[in-house]
Design a protein around this ligand. Structure first.
Ligand code: SF4
Length: 213
């Protein structure tokens, strides 16, 4: 991690021109939306970090809380509640009172990308924030990555070589002092096609719980 990088980027982070332009476009069209880097959400003493790819335009980019307001958030938050990593009820709003327990959620790329697809240069630009986010969690032990792109970014943020590690659902890897568990992303496509079932997703968090003891 470079010295002086904050765990959360500034609201008007200028580092990715394409994403800054998309942010400006969304601000003009929807001035009532968040339209900025989505801040990480959860317990600052978390031992579990969940890392997604990037905010959805009408999800975290709209509401300002990761995975809140889009399809993927329903399965994620319901699974976290079921496995004890969240309490309360998820109502798709940042003021729904939901609390994460021993858990934090962040994204590899903090700004919404067009078509939900960040470019490699944008992943690289945002990676120091991911590295700083990880480094700022003193009790962190387990990281669940949602999809292979998130997994590769976490491995690189930790100084590892992403190309040498196997991906796929349930893949586990030790990097530095952290246990990584990869999951298929809880996207509408993956859940509607049955590639990721609620049981498969729950099993990932049960594994995380078992690793935390
Ligand atoms: S994606 Fe990350 S690095 Fe790029 S503009 Fe947003 S906060 Fe900054």
């Amino acid at each position: 991690m470079r010295e002086g990088i904050a765990a959360e980027p500034p609201r008007d982070c200028p580092l990715c021109p394409r994403l800054v332009a998309y942010r400006a476009e969304n601000r003009a069209a929807h001035p009532d939306w968040w339209n900025g880097p989505a801040p990480s959400f959860g317990d600052p003493a978390a031992r579990l970090l969940v890392v997604g790819l990037a905010p959805g335009r009408t999800g975290a980019n709209r509401t300002g809380r990761p995975f809140t307001g889009d399809f993927a958030g329903v399965l994620l938050y319901e699974t976290l509640i079921k496995t004890g990593f969240a309490r309360g009820a998820y109502a798709a709003r940042p003021d729904d009172g939901l609390q994460l327990v021993d858990c934090m959620i962040s994204n590899a790329v903090r700004c919404a990308p067009p078509g939900n697809k960040p470019e490699t240069a944008e992943e690289a630009a945002c990676r120091p924030f991911l590295a700083a986010r990880i480094a700022a969690l003193p009790r962190l032990r387990v990281i669940v990555t949602l999809g292979d792109v998130a997994r590769r970014n976490v491995v690189r943020a930790l100084g590892g070589k992403a190309s040498g590690s196997a991906g796929g659902h349930g893949a586990r890897l030790q990097v530095g002092g952290y246990q990584l568990i990869n999951s298929y992303h809880c996207s509408r496509l993956n859940t509607n096609t049955g590639r990721l079932t609620p049981a498969m997703f729950e099993a990932v968090f049960e594994t995380a719980k078992a690793l935390l003891g």
